[in-house]
Design a protein around this ligand. Sequence first.
Ligand code: ISL
Ligand code: CA
Length: 571
Amino acid sequence: MINGYSKRWWKEAVVYQIYPRSFQDSNGDGIGDLNGITSRLDYLKNLGVNVIWLSPHFDSPNADNGYDIRDYRKVMTEFGTMADFDRMLAGIKKRHMRLIIDLVVNHTSDEHKWFQESRKSRTNPYRDYYIWRDGKPNPNAPNAPGTPPGLDPPNNYNSFFSGSAWQWDETTRQFYLHLFAVKQPDLNWENPKVRQEVYSLMRFWLDKGVDGFRMDVIPLISKPTGLPDLTPGQNAVKLWANGPRRDEFLQEMNREVLSKYDDMSVGEAIGIDLAGTHDIVGEERHQLSQIFNFDATRIGNQGGYNYRPLHLPELKAVYTAHATVLGKQDWDTSFLSNHDMSRVVSRWGDTSTPELRALSAKLLQTMVLTLRGTAYLYQGDELGMTNYPWTKISEFNDIEVQNRFKTEVAQGKLTEQQLIAGAAAYGRDNARTPMQWDKSSNAGFSKGNHTWEPVNPNYLEINAADQLKDPDSVYHYNQRVIALRRSDPAFIYGDYQDLDPTHEQVFLYTRTLGASSYLIVLNFSSQPIDYTLPPGTQAKTLKLGNYKDSTDPAESTTLHLRPREARIYKN
Ligand code: ISL
Ligand code: CA
């Protein structure tokens, strides 16, 4: 035990998320692949991360870039073969790193064998692998495409990707549930055979040597009893995330699979609030190791792609709530981005000049790497990669954008220009443009003449090769903060305290474990600030900062903070 926490390898990890499609193409088809990843393992080792989370690498028709799985035991053809996977895994182990993979089992692809069978007849042995219901008779029902006249969907659920969550299937004249795309039918976890199939595919990958899973939308697996209509104003995601058998299913999964391995599991816990977190991650609950809670990253969201600008005290309040509500049994996560978000430096940093962009990228990474919980970096954030300058709907690949175009723009709820502006600022494609490796064509991502997603033209300014040569680069700064974090358990098991919760520009907090205490100072504004430390606060030894030189003598009580300055003091 350390400071009341049990010691676990996954609490001490710095995890790096790879979106394989966009990481490194090895054969010139414009799509990243597993051999590409293998060729970059030294780069990751050198950065200092020690766990890789691989977004889905399974056989898939790619309606949602691999989050629609056709065969859980096969590698996506574009990504390579099982032999390539085994070689990649061996390379990861050889470098003393670990691998977690994406477990997407709330739904499959409609091209999965189970669904192909399920839709054949109402008596097919696989029928109950999915959620089929009769339509609701309504003589006035609109004659919507794909829906027979006179029938409404079984209830009023909407899909995350626009439109009804029910799809009419003419063969058996019933609707199936899809909380995401039409091509992502939801599995029926009430069926014990479905659960055993999932446990068996988990064992398949664990037995190969993977170290655990990131679990896609895992709280949604238990559906509300009887699937009644949502009532006006009811929060759908919250309802779906708190189904009656969720914990029972996760405990069964833990008992039958996870508890037999030294693994980690991190749930993508959409719809779970802080108060509900213990139920899933509490150690005595025997479910998951940790979850992603999106309270911080969703601050200011006003629906769709609409966000208010970040108000720093709101962010501080989220982290204080985490430190207060979660107990020593409940492990946390620290992250600011993933493949579903815009680039963090474009979102919360200042990209108006190259200097401010690099400084703010460093500042944000300082925060991620010094907050409580297992730290997660998303590919490219170590370079300070930015959003792409999108101008046309046709440039976006994401099904979320394309469906919004087909529904909301078609219905006149949004103009095309509004959708483009929103998706350009906050859309998921921003995170999915190719990694910027060097100054060669396609930023070194691919030798082909076409890439599946456009390369950001700023690769001449922002790329790994240049940053590896420059000791002051965002990359090397990340390397130093990662090393510092991994050098002292205070960053892992230490207490957290916000010393100035209301200041609107400066974030000031400590991480303390016994005699080891760090003071983190972050100037979130692009203005210089003379900041007087609260009484009793010390800033003794500067360990690390995102400016080359320090202007303030040791133990100053007023700090002359420069634009977007980040400092870590050891007290
Ligand atoms: O990305 C979102 C909004 O822009 C979220 O609503 C997202 O759909 C949600 O967090 C679930 O995400 C996960 O499951 C989806 C997949 O598209 C995402 O990439 C994945 O992270 C369906 O599998
Ligand atoms: Ca390729």
